[in-house]
Design a protein around this ligand. Sequence first.
Ligand SMILES: [Zn+2]
Ligand SMILES: [Zn+2]
Length: 258
Amino acid sequence: MTKIIFRGTGDSMGVPRIYCKCKVCNEARTTGLNRRLRSSVQLKIADAGEVWIDCGPDFAKQLEAADLRAIDILLITHAHFDHIGGLVEWADACRWTQKKGIAYAPTEVIAEINDRFPWLKNQIHFHTFDQPITIGQWQVTSWRVNHGKNGYAYAFAFLNSETNYKWVYCSDSIGLTDEQQQPLVELDLLIIGTSFFKEPFAYETRSVYDVVEAMDLIAKWQPKQTLLTHMSHDIDLANDYMLPANIQFARTGLELNL
Ligand SMILES: [Zn+2]
Ligand SMILES: [Zn+2]
């Protein structure tokens, strides 16, 4: 049994953005439908414990929301601040509790983290995640995806070898090559990042797909179910975007039982 719980569905700045007074940011400050912490999911996996994907600057708040004092395994998609900004705090918690953290990330991501935060490895065991790993009943594979002007990130595919259920977490990507798209075909569940509904900025300045582009890709890849995450203040959950029934915006606290 595995449960996925969305702990953050925001883009790199989250919602509200600190500088912004737009309608969505103001709503996020008051009623809070659009309040979005930086993107992260909690996975409760039988025989593996608490597995989280990414550890952004909202990690401490997200752990409190989950009523957890510790996690068992962290998977890291890439070394941008919105995905690793909480590592320093996590490492401190590991020091105070004298229990080393366990993190998996591709070799180049670990190297980047070590460059910037060389002391983290005293408290966190970083394991390379270039080859498939097994977590509970899941075989988990990482692969490099284009992240536009921001370089590269990684996506993770989870395959249950008994039931053949397959799902993917791909929060930060744009302009995927045919090869990078291969693991995204015919999934049971796709979780993909879409920062804007229709992003108005020049393509070469962008780093994440928008909803309109994702809809085209979903038509091609044919996942049974899709959840959109990594959303900026452009997306107002009070609007009806007329998405098909099998495509939804993720919300903080949304739970799925796989
Ligand atoms: Zn991001
Ligand atoms: Zn705003």
